[in-house]
Design a protein around this ligand. Structure first.
Ligand SMILES: [Zn+2]
Length: 145
């Protein structure tokens, strides 16, 4: 990709969150799951907030959810994004929440509870990260590639 002057910090990848970014690069949304009590958690971390276990694995999300809340950002503007920028908080079907930018949905059509799905887009530093889209938008894109 072209190097863009951006204030967006590079991703900080650790042994606790690398699965998330590796999954996203492969077009999969992975959620961390406690291997002892089964509690799902996001963002990733080393211990289970329910039982304090350090043992975990992952489950693959359906990538479907509903919009819990959102905001429209106007400033400060970073060249890595187009403004005004919609950023949403998605309630995933699995029960965890995900924050990501919203693409391809007119801002005046956004409303709490609307169905959205998770696709993927290139981050300012070249990594691939989740992006919220209208249902079906990601399947169309995948069919074209
Ligand atoms: Zn647990």
């Amino acid at each position: 990709m072209n190097e863009r002057r951006t204030a967006v910090p590079p991703l900080i990848v650790t042994q606790d969150n690398s699965f998330f970014f590796e999954g996203a690069a492969a077009g999969r949304l992975l959620i961390q799951r406690c291997a002892d009590c089964g509690t799902l958690r996001h963002p990733p971390g080393p211990t289970c907030p329910q039982c304090r276990s350090f043992e975990w694995d992952t489950v693959e999300s359906s990538r479907r959810g509903t919009l819990h809340s959102w905001t429209i950002s106007h400033h400060p503007q970073d060249p890595a994004f187009e403004y005004p920028l919609a950023v949403g908080l998605l309630d995933l079907e699995e029960g965890t929440r995900l924050v990501a930018d919203i693409a391809g949905v007119p801002h005046d059509e956004l409303h709490i509870g609307m169905p959205l799905e998770v696709g993927f887009a290139e981050h300012a530093h070249g990594a691939v990260l989740p992006q919220l889209r209208a249902p079906g938008a990601s399947r169309t894109e995948e069919g074209e590639s």
